[in-house]
Design a protein around this ligand. Sequence first.
Ligand code: KG4
Length: 325
Amino acid sequence: MDTYILGIESSCDETSASVVKNGRDVLSNVINTQIDIHKLYGGVVPEIASRNHIQNISEVVKMAIKEANIEFENIDAVACTYGPGLVGALLVGLSYGKALSFALDKPLIGTNHIEGHIAANYITYKELKPPFLCIMMSGGNTQIIHVKDYTEFEVLGRTRDDAIGEAFDKVARIMDLGYPGGPKIDELGKNGQATIELPKTHFENLDFSFSGIKTAVINLHHKNPDINKADLCKSFEKTVSEILIQNVKKAITQTGIKTIVLAGGVSANSYIREEFFKLENAKAYMPDLKLCTDNAAMIASAGYYNYLAGKISDLTLNAVPDLVL
Ligand code: KG4
């Protein structure tokens, strides 16, 4: 029998709802992004994000049900992001999901946003199954994760300072490229040459650091405002890719696992994607571009595997802004 999960996502500046069948088939994925509102301020303003989620959530969920061509009664469970993210933003989607779960008498599945980013790959690649190594690259997270099973994870390494997406956004801001910075660097970098030497931090273990390279770019730009921005973007992307790939190679040696899965907003970066596809002796997977950044289909997919594992939440579930895997 088919299982239909309604996913709800509101952890940052996207209000999204989706219906996914059997964890892999997306019947609808409605995403209302607030980028145009927050770009006026150069970044996400939490209070404004929460208010917009409140305005949008009801319509977005109704549209997701309508586009999926089903009725609310056909839903088997409601999967909601409950962390990590902005607390006020998370509370909107979670409260809506809790109310829906109670009203429909369907199970509530509190879903970790990071698990959602990983699950975006199950939608893109119907054949993909754990175990694999995941390199999580989002606005708030950078981690190498051993995905042992659909709901079993071990974090092997993490950033000690900035998340990779944060570094992209700050570097873009200093160059006046606008918000969100990652896609702007991606576009501009396509016209540049990686001619500028930037620092890389190494650790004995699988941890990362991105604050050194970020500060180096900021200093270079301050000292020489006429620097070729396209070259700086390309050099930044190249150095960041080298940092990522070096750690992934170490993780492959350490675990013997050769299936590498990218996840999170920065996995949309065209330079990084190409570099990972070139990996020798390993196979790289990465989500469809539209599934790299925040969306509810990935939450519904992760929710499906938690549903199968019997990981049902109760209605006392609260938002956890600093939730980890
Ligand atoms: O995963 P995500 O949508 O949100 C979090 O869960 O954090 O990631 C957002 C991050 C932002 O820092 C954004 O600049 C970055 O992903 N991003 C990119 C690209 N598209 C989005 N970074 C580099 N290249 C891109 N094409």
